[in-house]
Write a protein that binds this ligand. Structure first.
Ligand SMILES: [Zn+2]
Ligand SMILES: [Zn+2]
Length: 281
């Protein structure tokens, strides 16, 4: 069995068009995942509002195989820091009210991690200053709650490591999700106590450095994820991603590492359970 260590299950992303209008496709999506042996899920509730956090927590409280992580995405750091969203949407809460709500939800027993949070200097939807300020807050929140961090880092590995060091690190560890660095950065994150999670990006032709990194991550520190609805792996690339597609990434990574699927399934499952402190099944 597989665990999708990072999936987004927002209603708007999983609408299926029918003659009677759009219908919520998520129950079918989760059923397909289970059929594909993707049996446990860390649902990420991290966007620019409290809505995503509440959605993830709702999944986690009604389904014993689902767990939540709660945060504000670095793209949307401005919602807390500058009380505005880069996309121009108007969430119900902004600024400190939004922060307080996210911090309160993070303490819930079914919330197994803080995040995703981090730095994305590839897109810079929020300014680097806003992203840094919010990341520092989340690092401290994770320390206070003694929960692991889910980090989203793009083109900012060194800066993120510096901030972690300045803030006293992450005593409960965490994961660098959707890893897009190379072997050197993977080694550094591993030394800082973080696990590395691979998304469908590792299957892309352009992903040679990520593939090199994937080969060197030791058993027990490697996680798999879809990060759906985006970044569907080859051969599903370009389609809406969903947790069932994890098996394609798994097949690719097993071949890459010279492992059997059973071996990869066993050690990634155990690494995910350990990283997030999930109850053993
Ligand atoms: Zn991310
Ligand atoms: Zn994500």
């Amino acid at each position: 069995m597989w665990i999708d260590s990072h999936c987004h299950l927002e209603p708007d992303d999983f609408l299926r068009q029918t003659d009677a209008g759009p219908v919520d496709d998520r129950d079918a999506v989760v059923a397909r995942a289970r059929q594909a042996q993707v049996k446990r899920f860390v649902v990420i509730g991290s966007g620019g509002s409290e809505r995503e956090a509440r959605n993830a927590l709702a999944y986690a409280t009604r389904d014993p195989d689902m767990f939540a992580a709660v945060g504000i995405h670095p793209h949307d750091a401005s919602a807390v820091i500058s009380r505005k969203l880069p996309k121009g949407e108007k969430p119900q809460l902004l600024g400190e009210e939004l922060w307080d709500e996210i911090a309160a939800l993070s303490a819930h027993a079914r919330v197994v991690a803080v995040g995703e949070t981090g730095l994305d200097y590839h897109y810079n939807h929020s300014s680097p200053e806003e992203q840094v300020t919010l990341l520092r807050r989340f690092v401290r929140l994770a320390q206070t709650l003694h929960k692991p961090l889910v980090l989203h880092i793009r083109d900012a590995h060194e800066q993120a490591m510096d901030i972690l060091a300045e803030e006293g690190g992450s005593p409960a560890g965490g994961v660098v999700h959707c890893f897009t660095g190379g072997p050197e950065q993977a080694q550094k994150w591993l030394r800082l106590g973080f696990a590395i999670s691979l998304s469908g990006i590792v299957t892309f032709k352009s992903a040679a450095p990520i593939q090199e990194a994937a080969k060197l991550v030791p058993k027990g520190r490697l996680l798999l994820e879809t990060d759906c609805p985006y970044l569907a792996p080859v051969p599903m690339r370009g389609r809406r991603n969903e947790p069932a597609f994890l098996v394609h990434t798994a097949e690719f990574v097993a071949r890459l590492r010279g492992e059997s699927q059973a071996e990869l399934s066993e050690h990634t499952r155990s690494a995910t359970e350990q990283t997030f402190g999930l109850p053993a099944q």
